[in-house]
Design a binder for this molecule. Structure first.
Ligand code: SAM
Ligand code: SF4
Length: 323
């Protein structure tokens, strides 16, 4: 359906959990994360009803995110249930990849189409410094398993923090090109740990400059996927790859925004960059019709856009809302 600004809302990003086995510097505090009791997060049945309602309203793409969605038990079971919903054409996952190797094939068999894997370094020590609890080898194994399982495309998401992983830009470019994977650099958003002022990201124009020291970038025109990304063909000697830059801050993409987000507690966040959240107030007895009515009203009232350009920060944790 269209919102009051005439934007067609076709894409739902659904956080399955606020929990995560990593503690990335820009996302979660090292200690002191409140563990939500399981009964406070949406059950599989509630998620299925929610996606049914969303599909009634014209949403045809769903992405599971988190927190770390693979910390939910039996994710392939949920994928299968959601894949069976009429009107859902594309089902994708954003994950840190650390538990993907054992389950990628099952997810693919269950109907998962594509996967984005976050990786901020190719050096195991830098990787461990950023994620605080992560092991690079498990993520690399996850990436390999995703390719083997024919999840397509496999995209890599990278955040560059000033003076922490700038030196990883080159190795990540080489890895992505060698593995034939799309690498996307994401501008840090002023949320969660990144809103507290201790982390400084490297602006994407500087990332681009560093890449251009060794790679030739040629802009790819045409449809650019679902969001505020700009893609280039990167070539160097006999290698080439595809690299993207995601600019939620410095480039306004609000005119074309096609998405809503739902947190693991069932709260709708119509705009990531604004504080408004609406509790759908659902439980396992809430009918699809009731959810559809509530969701329709929220989509109708989706605000136009963000105010990050005014140096504001936004309430909420990225790990709770779903990045
Ligand atoms: N745990 C999964 C993962 O890391 O891919 C899914 C959730 S995570 C919140 C999704 C994406 O958001 C990751 O690629 C992460 O790098 C990114 N992210 C987290 N905090 C961010 C922030 N403040 N600004 C920009 N991206 C952020
Ligand atoms: Fe966990 Fe993803 Fe946040 Fe890292 S970015 S702490 S992996 S939710």
């Amino acid at each position: 359906m269209k919102d009051s600004f005439g934007r067609d809302i076709t894409y739902l990003r659904l956080s399955l959990t606020g929990r995560c086995n990593f503690r990335c510097k820009y996302c979660m505090p090292e200690e002191g994360i409140e563990k939500l009791p399981r009964e406070e997060i949406l059950s599989f049945e509630e998620i299925v009803n929610l996606v049914r309602a969303a599909s009634e309203l014209g949403i045809n793409k769903v992405r599971f995110t988190g927190g770390e969605p693979l910390t939910r038990k039996d994710l392939p079971g949920l994928v299968k249930m959601v894949d069976a919903i009429e009107g859902i054409d594309e089902l994708s996952l954003t994950t840190n990849g650390s538990s993907l190797s054992g389950v990628a094939e099952d997810l693919s068999q269950a109907g998962l189409d594509r996967v984005n894997i976050s990786i901020d370094a190719m050096d195991p020590e830098v990787f461990a410094e950023i994620t605080r609890r992560g092991e690079l080898s498990s993520v690399l194994a996850g990436i390999e398993a995703a390719k083997r399982a024919k999840l397509d495309p496999v995209k890599l998401n990278t955040v560059i923090i000033k003076d922490v992983n700038e030196s990883e830009i080159g190795p990540l470019m080489e890895f992505a090109a060698a593995e034939d994977l799309v690498l996307r650099f994401i501008e840090l958003m002023p949320m969660g740990e990144a809103a507290k002022g201790a982390i400084e990201s490297l602006p994407l124009n500087k990332v681009e400059k560093i890449i251009k020291r060794k790679w030739t970038l040629e802009e790819i025109s045409g449809p650019q996927g679902n969001g505020p990304a700009k893609y280039y063909r990167a070539s160097r000697r006999n290698t080439s790859g595809k690299v993207g830059f995601i600019f939620p801050l410095s480039r306004s993409f609000c005119d074309d925004c096609n998405r809503i987000r739902i947190t693991s507690r069932g709260k709708v966040r119509p705009c990531l960059a604004r504080d408004e959240e609406y509790d759908l107030g659902i439980n396992e007895n809430t009918s699809v019709d009731v959810i559809t009515t509530r969701l329709r009203k929220i989509i109708e009232e989706k605000p136009y856009g963000h105010r990050w350009e005014k140096q504001d920060t936004t309430a909420g944790e990225m790990s709770e809302i779903g990045g």
